[in-house]
Design a protein around this ligand. Sequence first.
Ligand code: FAD
Length: 500
Amino acid sequence: MHWLFGDQLGPHFLRPGEAGPGRDTPLLMIEARSVFRRRRFHRAKAHLVLSAMRHRAAELGDRVTYVRADTYRQGIARSVGDRPLTVHHPTSYAAARLVRSLGQVSVGPARGFLVPRPDFEAWAAGQGGRRLRQEDFYRWVRREQGLLLDGDTPAGGRWNLDHDNRQPPPREHSTLPVPPPYRPREDEIDDEVRHDLDRWERDGDVSFVGRDAPRVFPADRAEARAALKRFLTHRLPTFGPYEDAVLAADPVMSHSLLSSSLNLGLLDPAECVEGAEAQWRAGRAPLNSVEGFVRQIAGWREYVWQLYWHFGEEYRRSNVLDHTAPLPGWWNELDADADAVQARCLRTVLAQVRDTGWTHHIPRLMILGSYALQRGWDPAAMTDWFHRCFVDGYDWVMIPNVIGMSQYADAGRMTTKPYTSGGAYVHRMSDLCGPCRYRPGDRTGEQACPYTAGYWTFLDRHRERLGHNHRTAQPVRQLQRLHDLDEVRGQEQARGDAPP
Ligand SMILES: Cc1cc2nc3c(=O)[nH]c(=O)nc-3n(C[C@H](O)[C@H](O)[C@H](O)COP(=O)(O)OP(=O)(O)OC[C@H]3O[C@@H](n4cnc5c(N)ncnc54)[C@H](O)[C@@H]3O)c2cc1C
């Protein structure tokens, strides 16, 4: 029998291969209620995961034994006993440990990623002890996979087209003039999931954060394929230029919304990057957009997955900045009125998360993550919050993104400097600041922007460490010229945990 975890739902998990199932091997899926009891997940995430698992079970029909149990262990005991099982490598340390501890499971290589783990380790070993760099890794993946290459050289002559991307939003529009993304239609499986979640909540068994709403992310292969097709055809051409920009009235802009489908295993990353390249080769999308999208998947997604294993399980406890403050209730609960926040950027983004369990990478990094970093919130608590509240959040993807990328808790193993900024960056890259009650240029007084003031107090708290980093030494030197630093410190201390 072959066991499919809830993030192994696409056909590439059933292709024959090492420790994979044969054509007719019976399959096992386990819906473990304890997973939902351990954390207060966003309602939309719980819905999506259960809906996707049940859709897959319906597709597989008699071939699958679908067990609803309290824990995985009970599910196995009830349905398999001590008969042997195969599984593809799970995506978290905890699940890998569980699988090993059962003693009856042969574990095959992971699927759903472009690069096998031993190949990554060989690449990392070949870096001669230097810091691993995402850019180097990405170029190596392009070569290995033959992606966007003309012979031996990068298509168009350059590996990196970031310079053509990263533009501020178009000032004349409040939404990008592109066709809307694919939206699925709920069916009777969704009705059943909604009914079950309501019942569990009523019984006091589990509780959720965030709002329930019609499902907006794909739950089966057909929906995920339709979402990919729509993105590649209609939205990829404008992906690049505005990938780092934020518009208050257009949370999605030209982003693909494919992360949850990739992470559930409904889509194979290879079909996404190959599909994007084909659009460029056919002259239907410009190279900067296609390269930008390929970089996100073959570069970032792949890199994050590999680093999760490469850095080891202890990495999650990294906390070099010694940030220990708990997340305040208004943030942690999500439901507790995001509208009480007056800083327009944070209010807008928290409301997006509350309502959909998703926001794109810049709000995650430069609005949510940056706010927490500036205030010294516990990176492990932030990781847990992101994991619970985002439809695409899984241990492997959250740990490097939050601990490393967003909270700089690993002293720069993943990024060369902390990602945080004052309000000026948010103002330049979005239309969020205009009507805000705070002013990005003010660091003190009634209208002091919490990001601008927070940025200086963050640098001030860590001036010793950041003064020695060549990428942050300059702003640390600027601290000396801030005549009102004492006032900024006092003001931010007084702000404390209150919603800004
Ligand atoms: C603090 C923080 C937390 C994040 N947490 C998650 C998470 O839990 N799950 C998740 O899938 N992504 C996470 N990301 C990465 C990124 O924000 C999301 O993948 C992206 O916003 C999803 O929307 P999209 O599918 O429209 O992405 P697009 O902008 O359309 O990008 C295309 C694809 O690239 C991949 N990708 C791009 N960047 C990353 C990255 N850093 N890590 C992994 N995949 C990436 C995703 O699969 C995404 O679907 C996080 C980023 C930050 C800064």
